[in-house]
Design a protein around this ligand. Structure first.
Ligand code: BES
Ligand code: MN
Ligand code: ZN
Length: 498
């Protein structure tokens, strides 16, 4: 879709549709009031008759509104004026996008960006308008034999800004929004692809694709033999049960100066997690194709970085493997030696994410990173603790944790910190190796992070457990693309700081 930015009165827009906000109890937004006045009170008359209450998500499409130059007017409910927040704003934008896309209007001018949102400036509102629109119109139908194509989809969205002076800022915000949205879509596509298509090898090919699209991205893929030579016993132990060879994918985005230390993003890439010998129950096991959403977010964020042309270096590291049961698979009780030299007793083969991440994290030392963030659908316990609203966040460096918390708030892709106190480390004791790969029922998200913390002592590190936010279950089952907005915002903020 095409986006542009414009200033001017709503009744003067020569367009297929003008989009206006209406608050609960039939209160018109400023732009709606302006068009209402020009039309001789046409909108307020309709509202008085009870056609639209203004509840969040409600819409009403009108044709032939007098004294306007547009073919249609779309009224969008925004809820109570004083309660308008980030989420209700996005809901309104998304509702508008869905109706427009099926209305026959191929172009529209939206005034939703004119709404007042506490603490959110115009560039923020424009950017989120683009991102929420793209998110709402996202479809994953590449695997359906018949795709029900919308006959006249929305092709161009014009975003209103208050005055001509706001145009440059608005245009830039729309551009940033499109870059982030493209990263989110890529992450969603990779997440939604099934395990028989999106294998470790497929992910490696996608990395090479990214390199083809962006000159500033370099790619290296380590094969099983390379991992054996290096001594990545933990990563390899997970791959043993699979016919698909594991890959360690390294993507280097070089937007900064040669000597600039990179930010490292390490993403869990388990393309299907059956649990291995500690096999999972059957219910909803299909959703374990989403166990590579951490990896997908690394791909999405790197692609967003490249599109934005961010002036910094970012290295993405993705350990990719399946976790399957087999005669050759790792068994509970097996002891393996990690790349760091530390040994691990595998008490549960379903705690495989930390096993592949620990070797990838140790490998990341060689990049001398300024900070390392790993992103993983690591624990079901995180879904119990935080539900679907926030990613779990733990780490060894508070400034980094705060940067990520702030980035998440700004991007409406929030994380919430959990403690990583030493006391929890005791749960990882093993009688037979340096540590066990599980820490018992209690504080499962924290003990998983404790495990990782033993491999991250040499750098500033934070861990995002995205098990609750990376995909949705139920009738809207599918990948969300989170936390690409958070990660991209973190990198954007780093560019501002320096
Ligand atoms: N990929 C899962 C975590 C997961 C489970 C995410 C369900 C979302 C929904 C991970 O590999 C896993 O199986 N973790 C185990 C760890 C346990 C064995 C210590 C879990 O959470 O049950
Ligand atoms: Mn598992
Ligand atoms: Zn897993």
């Amino acid at each position: 879709m095409e986006y542009s930015v414009k200033s001017g009165n709503p009744e003067k827009q020569r367009t297929a549709c003008v989009v206006l906000g209406v608050f609960e109890n039939r209160r018109l937004s400023a732009a709606a009031a302006q068009l209402d006045k020009a039309s001789g009170g046409y909108l307020s008359n309709l509202l008085r008759r009870g056609d639209l209450q203004g509840k969040s998500g409600q819409t009403l499409l009108l044709h032939g509104v007098p004294e306007t130059l547009c073919d249609r007017v779309l009224l969008v409910g925004c809820g109570r004026e004083r309660e308008l927040d980030d989420h209700k704003y996005q809901d309104a934008v998304a509702a508008a996008a869905r109706v427009l896309n099926e209305s026959g209007a191929t172009e529209a001018v939206t005034y939703l960006t004119d709404l007042n949102l506490k603490g959110r400036d115009l560039p923020w509102r424009v950017r989120r308008c683009v991102e929420a629109t793209e998110q709402a119109l996202y479809r994953f139908d590449q695997l359906k034999s018949k795709q029900d194509k919308i006959v006249r989809p929305l092709r161009r969205l014009v975003i209103s800004v208050p005055s001509r002076r706001d145009l440059p800022e608005g245009e830039q915000a729309a551009e940033v929004g499109q870059c982030v949205a493209a990263g989110v879509s890529l992450a969603r596509d990779l997440g939604n692809l099934p395990g028989n298509i999106c294998t470790p090898g497929y992910l490696a090919d996608q990395a090479r694709n990214l390199r083809k699209q962006h000159k500033k991205i370099q790619v290296e893929v380590l094969e099983q033999a390379d991992m054996e030579k290096l001594g990545m016993g933990a990563l390899l132990s997970v791959a043993r049960g699979s016919r698909q060879p594991p890959k360690l994918i390294i993507m280097n985005y070089r937007g900064g100066a040669r000597g600039d230390k990179p930010v490292a993003l390490v993403g869990k890439g388990v393309t299907f997690d059956s649990g291995g010998i500690s096999i999972k129950p059957g219910a909803a096991m299909d959703e374990m194709k989403f166990d590579m959403c951490g990896a997908a977010s690394v791909f999405g964020t790197l692609s967003a970085c490249a599109r934005l042309g961010l002036p910094l270096n970012v290295v993405g590291v993705v350990p990719a493997t399946e976790n399957l049961p087999d005669g050759d698979a790792s068994k509970p009780g097996d002891v393996v030696t990690t790349l760091s030299g530390q040994t691990v007793e595998i008490l549960n083969t379903d705690a495989e994410g930390r096993l592949i991440l620990c070797d990838a994290l140790t490998y990341t030392e060689r990049f001398e990173p300024r900070s390392v963030v790993d992103i993983a659908t690591l624990t079901g316990a995180c879904v119990i603790a935080l539900g679907n609203h926030a990613a779990g966040l733990l780490g060894n460096h508070h400034p980094l944790i705060n940067d990520l918390l702030n980035a998440g708030r700004h991007a409406v892709d929030r994380a919430w910190e959990l403690p990583l106190w030493d006391e929890y480390q005791e749960q990882l004791k093993s009688n037979f190796a340096d540590m066990a790969n599980i820490g018992g029922r209690e504080a499962g998200t924290i003990t998983a992070a404790c495990f990782l913390s033993r491999f991250t002592k040499k750098f500033h590190w934070a861990h995002l457990d995205i098990a609750g936010v990376a995909w949705k279950s139920g009738k809207d089952k599918g990948a969300t693309g989170r936390p690409v907005p958070l990660l991209t915002q973190y990198l954007l903020d780093l560019c501002e700081q320096s």
